[in-house]
Design a binder for this molecule. Structure first.
Ligand code: KIV
Length: 286
Protein backbone atom coordinates (compact mmCIF):
# COMPACT_ATOMS: atom_id res chain seq x y z
CA UNK A 1 0.00 0.00 0.00
CA UNK A 2 2.84 2.35 0.88
CA UNK A 3 4.57 1.68 -2.42
CA UNK A 4 1.31 2.38 -4.22
CA UNK A 5 0.84 5.67 -2.34
CA UNK A 6 -2.28 4.39 -0.55
CA UNK A 7 -2.96 5.53 3.02
CA UNK A 8 -2.84 2.60 5.44
CA UNK A 9 -5.58 2.14 8.04
CA UNK A 10 -4.80 0.09 11.16
CA UNK A 11 -7.11 -0.65 14.10
CA UNK A 12 -6.59 -2.37 17.40
CA UNK A 13 -8.56 -5.49 18.29
CA UNK A 14 -8.49 -7.71 21.33
CA UNK A 15 -11.01 -10.47 20.67
CA UNK A 16 -12.32 -12.92 18.08
CA UNK A 17 -15.64 -11.30 17.08
CA UNK A 18 -14.16 -7.83 16.65
CA UNK A 19 -11.18 -9.14 14.68
CA UNK A 20 -13.54 -11.10 12.42
CA UNK A 21 -15.67 -8.01 11.70
CA UNK A 22 -12.65 -5.76 11.05
CA UNK A 23 -11.02 -8.37 8.84
CA UNK A 24 -14.20 -8.91 6.82
CA UNK A 25 -14.54 -5.13 6.47
CA UNK A 26 -11.11 -5.18 4.83
CA UNK A 27 -8.79 -3.65 7.42
CA UNK A 28 -5.23 -4.50 6.29
CA UNK A 29 -3.48 -4.35 9.69
CA UNK A 30 -4.73 -5.24 13.16
CA UNK A 31 -2.72 -4.33 16.23
CA UNK A 32 -3.33 -6.33 19.38
CA UNK A 33 -2.32 -3.29 21.39
CA UNK A 34 -1.32 -3.33 25.02
CA UNK A 35 -4.06 -0.68 25.31
CA UNK A 36 -5.83 -3.98 26.08
CA UNK A 37 -4.91 -3.22 29.69
CA UNK A 38 -6.93 -0.03 29.83
CA UNK A 39 -9.77 -0.55 27.38
CA UNK A 40 -10.56 -4.22 28.02
CA UNK A 41 -9.02 -5.28 31.33
CA UNK A 42 -9.76 -2.09 33.28
CA UNK A 43 -6.17 -1.34 34.37
CA UNK A 44 -5.09 2.27 34.95
CA UNK A 45 -2.09 2.03 32.61
CA UNK A 46 -0.53 -0.39 30.13
CA UNK A 47 2.35 -1.04 32.53
CA UNK A 48 0.51 -3.93 34.23
CA UNK A 49 -0.20 -5.88 31.05
CA UNK A 50 1.58 -9.25 30.93
CA UNK A 51 2.83 -11.49 28.12
CA UNK A 52 0.27 -14.15 29.05
CA UNK A 53 -2.60 -11.66 28.77
CA UNK A 54 -1.31 -10.41 25.42
CA UNK A 55 -0.92 -13.94 24.07
CA UNK A 56 -4.41 -14.96 25.17
CA UNK A 57 -5.93 -12.03 23.27
CA UNK A 58 -3.57 -12.34 20.29
CA UNK A 59 -4.66 -15.95 19.76
CA UNK A 60 -8.31 -14.87 19.77
CA UNK A 61 -7.63 -12.10 17.23
CA UNK A 62 -5.63 -14.42 14.99
CA UNK A 63 -8.51 -16.94 15.03
CA UNK A 64 -10.82 -14.19 13.80
CA UNK A 65 -8.51 -12.99 11.03
CA UNK A 66 -8.04 -14.34 7.50
CA UNK A 67 -6.32 -11.54 5.57
CA UNK A 68 -5.13 -8.78 7.88
CA UNK A 69 -1.57 -8.58 9.15
CA UNK A 70 -1.75 -9.16 12.93
CA UNK A 71 0.81 -7.29 15.03
CA UNK A 72 1.38 -8.20 18.68
CA UNK A 73 2.33 -5.34 20.99
CA UNK A 74 5.25 -6.33 23.22
CA UNK A 75 4.29 -5.38 26.79
CA UNK A 76 6.37 -3.37 29.26
CA UNK A 77 9.70 -5.00 30.26
CA UNK A 78 9.36 -7.92 27.86
CA UNK A 79 12.04 -6.57 25.50
CA UNK A 80 14.54 -4.98 27.89
CA UNK A 81 17.36 -7.19 26.58
CA UNK A 82 17.86 -8.74 23.16
CA UNK A 83 17.46 -12.24 24.64
CA UNK A 84 14.17 -11.38 26.34
CA UNK A 85 12.95 -9.60 23.23
CA UNK A 86 13.76 -12.54 20.98
CA UNK A 87 12.14 -15.05 23.31
CA UNK A 88 8.96 -12.98 23.76
CA UNK A 89 8.68 -12.02 20.10
CA UNK A 90 9.01 -15.73 19.34
CA UNK A 91 6.11 -16.45 21.70
CA UNK A 92 3.97 -13.83 19.91
CA UNK A 93 4.66 -15.47 16.56
CA UNK A 94 4.81 -19.18 17.42
CA UNK A 95 2.31 -19.38 20.27
CA UNK A 96 0.15 -16.33 19.51
CA UNK A 97 0.14 -16.63 15.70
CA UNK A 98 1.01 -12.94 15.13
CA UNK A 99 2.94 -12.05 11.99
CA UNK A 100 4.85 -9.11 13.49
CA UNK A 101 5.48 -7.33 16.80
CA UNK A 102 5.50 -3.71 17.87
CA UNK A 103 7.96 -2.20 20.33
CA UNK A 104 8.01 1.26 21.89
CA UNK A 105 11.03 3.56 21.90
CA UNK A 106 13.42 5.21 19.45
CA UNK A 107 17.20 5.36 19.68
CA UNK A 108 17.13 3.48 23.00
CA UNK A 109 15.24 0.53 21.43
CA UNK A 110 17.05 0.44 18.08
CA UNK A 111 19.45 -2.36 19.01
CA UNK A 112 16.50 -4.51 20.16
CA UNK A 113 14.70 -3.87 16.86
CA UNK A 114 17.83 -4.78 14.96
CA UNK A 115 18.27 -8.05 16.86
CA UNK A 116 14.63 -9.00 16.26
CA UNK A 117 14.73 -8.15 12.57
CA UNK A 118 17.97 -10.13 12.17
CA UNK A 119 16.21 -13.10 13.78
CA UNK A 120 13.44 -12.85 11.20
CA UNK A 121 10.82 -11.00 13.24
CA UNK A 122 9.05 -8.16 11.39
CA UNK A 123 8.98 -5.16 13.75
CA UNK A 124 6.85 -2.05 13.90
CA UNK A 125 8.36 0.80 15.92
CA UNK A 126 6.44 3.26 18.10
CA UNK A 127 7.76 6.71 18.99
CA UNK A 128 6.39 10.02 20.28
CA UNK A 129 4.11 9.41 23.24
CA UNK A 130 5.01 5.90 24.38
CA UNK A 131 2.54 4.87 27.10
CA UNK A 132 4.82 2.21 28.63
CA UNK A 133 7.29 4.96 29.61
CA UNK A 134 4.63 7.33 30.85
CA UNK A 135 6.10 7.48 34.36
CA UNK A 136 9.43 8.56 32.86
CA UNK A 137 7.68 11.08 30.58
CA UNK A 138 6.10 12.98 33.46
CA UNK A 139 3.05 10.77 34.03
CA UNK A 140 0.57 12.89 32.08
CA UNK A 141 -0.40 12.12 28.50
CA UNK A 142 1.32 14.85 26.48
CA UNK A 143 2.11 15.72 22.86
CA UNK A 144 5.82 15.01 22.22
CA UNK A 145 8.39 16.85 20.11
CA UNK A 146 7.14 20.42 20.58
CA UNK A 147 10.49 22.01 21.42
CA UNK A 148 13.48 22.27 19.10
CA UNK A 149 15.47 19.62 20.98
CA UNK A 150 12.50 17.30 21.39
CA UNK A 151 11.66 17.60 17.68
CA UNK A 152 15.25 16.74 16.71
CA UNK A 153 15.27 13.83 19.16
CA UNK A 154 12.11 12.45 17.57
CA UNK A 155 13.64 12.71 14.10
CA UNK A 156 16.67 10.78 15.39
CA UNK A 157 14.35 8.20 16.95
CA UNK A 158 12.51 7.68 13.67
CA UNK A 159 15.70 7.28 11.65
CA UNK A 160 17.26 4.93 14.23
CA UNK A 161 14.21 2.65 14.13
CA UNK A 162 14.12 2.68 10.33
CA UNK A 163 17.84 1.89 10.10
CA UNK A 164 17.38 -0.93 12.63
CA UNK A 165 15.08 -2.58 10.09
CA UNK A 166 11.53 -1.81 11.24
CA UNK A 167 8.88 -2.10 8.51
CA UNK A 168 6.86 0.87 9.83
CA UNK A 169 6.66 3.27 12.77
CA UNK A 170 3.69 4.39 14.85
CA UNK A 171 3.87 8.12 15.63
CA UNK A 172 1.74 8.88 18.67
CA UNK A 173 0.85 12.41 19.81
CA UNK A 174 3.24 14.32 17.60
CA UNK A 175 2.52 17.80 16.13
CA UNK A 176 1.26 17.36 12.60
CA UNK A 177 4.05 19.39 10.93
CA UNK A 178 6.73 17.32 12.63
CA UNK A 179 4.91 14.09 11.74
CA UNK A 180 4.80 15.30 8.11
CA UNK A 181 8.56 15.96 8.10
CA UNK A 182 9.35 12.58 9.70
CA UNK A 183 7.08 10.87 7.17
CA UNK A 184 8.77 12.60 4.24
CA UNK A 185 12.28 11.73 5.51
CA UNK A 186 11.60 8.03 5.94
CA UNK A 187 11.35 5.27 3.35
CA UNK A 188 9.06 3.18 5.57
CA UNK A 189 5.46 4.10 6.39
CA UNK A 190 4.49 6.11 9.46
CA UNK A 191 1.20 5.20 11.12
CA UNK A 192 -0.16 8.15 13.07
CA UNK A 193 -2.37 8.44 16.11
CA UNK A 194 -2.82 12.02 17.21
CA UNK A 195 -0.11 12.92 14.68
CA UNK A 196 -2.15 14.75 12.03
CA UNK A 197 -3.18 13.80 8.50
CA UNK A 198 0.23 13.64 6.77
CA UNK A 199 1.34 10.21 8.02
CA UNK A 200 1.40 7.24 5.65
CA UNK A 201 -1.44 5.66 7.62
CA UNK A 202 -3.61 6.07 10.69
CA UNK A 203 -4.28 3.87 13.70
CA UNK A 204 -7.08 4.14 16.24
CA UNK A 205 -8.01 2.18 19.32
CA UNK A 206 -11.11 0.29 18.22
CA UNK A 207 -13.13 1.17 21.33
CA UNK A 208 -12.61 4.88 20.55
CA UNK A 209 -13.75 4.34 16.96
CA UNK A 210 -16.85 2.47 18.09
CA UNK A 211 -17.83 4.78 20.95
CA UNK A 212 -17.20 2.14 23.57
CA UNK A 213 -14.63 3.88 25.71
CA UNK A 214 -15.10 5.63 29.05
CA UNK A 215 -13.01 8.58 27.89
CA UNK A 216 -12.63 10.16 24.44
CA UNK A 217 -9.13 11.31 23.47
CA UNK A 218 -8.91 14.52 21.39
CA UNK A 219 -7.46 12.60 18.43
CA UNK A 220 -10.34 10.12 18.26
CA UNK A 221 -13.48 10.46 16.16
CA UNK A 222 -16.24 8.01 17.12
CA UNK A 223 -17.96 6.42 14.12
CA UNK A 224 -20.55 4.59 16.23
CA UNK A 225 -22.12 4.76 19.68
CA UNK A 226 -21.82 1.16 20.84
CA UNK A 227 -21.99 2.22 24.47
CA UNK A 228 -25.46 3.67 23.81
CA UNK A 229 -26.45 0.69 21.65
CA UNK A 230 -25.39 -1.84 24.31
CA UNK A 231 -27.05 0.09 27.15
CA UNK A 232 -30.27 0.40 25.12
CA UNK A 233 -30.30 -3.33 24.21
CA UNK A 234 -29.68 -4.24 27.86
CA UNK A 235 -32.56 -2.08 29.11
CA UNK A 236 -34.99 -3.37 26.48
CA UNK A 237 -34.07 -7.01 27.20
CA UNK A 238 -34.43 -6.51 30.97
CA UNK A 239 -37.85 -4.94 30.40
CA UNK A 240 -38.94 -7.96 28.30
CA UNK A 241 -37.69 -10.40 30.97
CA UNK A 242 -39.53 -8.58 33.76
CA UNK A 243 -42.68 -8.31 31.61
CA UNK A 244 -42.51 -12.05 30.79
CA UNK A 245 -42.29 -11.41 27.04
CA UNK A 246 -38.79 -12.89 26.72
CA UNK A 247 -38.38 -15.65 25.70
CA UNK A 248 -41.35 -15.89 23.31
CA UNK A 249 -42.36 -18.72 21.00
CA UNK A 250 -39.53 -17.82 18.56
CA UNK A 251 -36.85 -18.26 21.22
CA UNK A 252 -38.30 -21.42 22.85
CA UNK A 253 -38.50 -25.11 21.86
CA UNK A 254 -41.43 -27.46 22.43
CA UNK A 255 -41.44 -31.23 22.79
CA UNK A 256 -44.09 -33.79 21.92
CA UNK A 257 -46.74 -33.52 24.68
CA UNK A 258 -47.32 -37.29 24.48
CA UNK A 259 -43.66 -37.94 25.23
CA UNK A 260 -43.84 -35.64 28.25
CA UNK A 261 -46.99 -37.45 29.42
CA UNK A 262 -45.13 -40.74 29.12
CA UNK A 263 -42.16 -39.36 31.01
CA UNK A 264 -44.41 -38.18 33.81
CA UNK A 265 -46.45 -41.40 33.92
CA UNK A 266 -49.57 -39.55 32.76
CA UNK A 267 -49.97 -41.47 29.49
CA UNK A 268 -53.21 -43.42 28.87
CA UNK A 269 -51.22 -46.70 28.94
CA UNK A 270 -50.03 -45.86 32.45
CA UNK A 271 -53.54 -45.35 33.81
CA UNK A 272 -54.46 -48.60 35.44
CA UNK A 273 -58.09 -48.72 36.52
CA UNK A 274 -58.51 -47.46 40.04
CA UNK A 275 -55.19 -45.55 40.20
CA UNK A 276 -54.88 -41.77 40.39
CA UNK A 277 -55.13 -40.47 36.76
CA UNK A 278 -52.53 -37.66 36.86
CA UNK A 279 -49.94 -39.58 38.77
CA UNK A 280 -46.79 -37.53 39.44
CA UNK A 281 -43.82 -39.92 39.48
CA UNK A 282 -41.56 -39.90 42.49
CA UNK A 283 -37.94 -38.86 41.99
CA UNK A 284 -36.83 -42.48 42.26
CA UNK A 285 -39.22 -43.43 39.40
CA UNK A 286 -37.57 -40.85 37.16
O1 KIV B 1 -1.59 -0.24 22.46
C1 KIV B 1 -2.07 0.42 21.52
O2 KIV B 1 -3.29 0.40 21.26
C2 KIV B 1 -1.17 1.23 20.71
C3 KIV B 1 -1.77 2.12 19.68
C4 KIV B 1 -2.29 3.34 20.32
C5 KIV B 1 -0.81 2.44 18.61
O3 KIV B 1 0.01 1.17 20.91
Amino acid sequence: MYADGERIPMLTAYDYPTARILDEAGIPMILVGDSLGQVVLGYETTVKVTMDEMLHHTRAVVRGTRRALVIGDMPFLTYATTDEATENAGRFMQDGGAQAVKVEGGVRTARIVEALVKSGVPVQGHIGWTPQSQHGLGGKVKVQGKTRDAARALLHDAIAIQEAGAFSIVLELVPEQLAAVITSRLRIPTIGIGAGPHCSGQVQVVTDLLGLGTFRPKHARPYADLQGTIADATRRWMADVTAGTFPGAAESVRMDDNVLDEALGRHADDRVAGTIPDMIPLDRDL
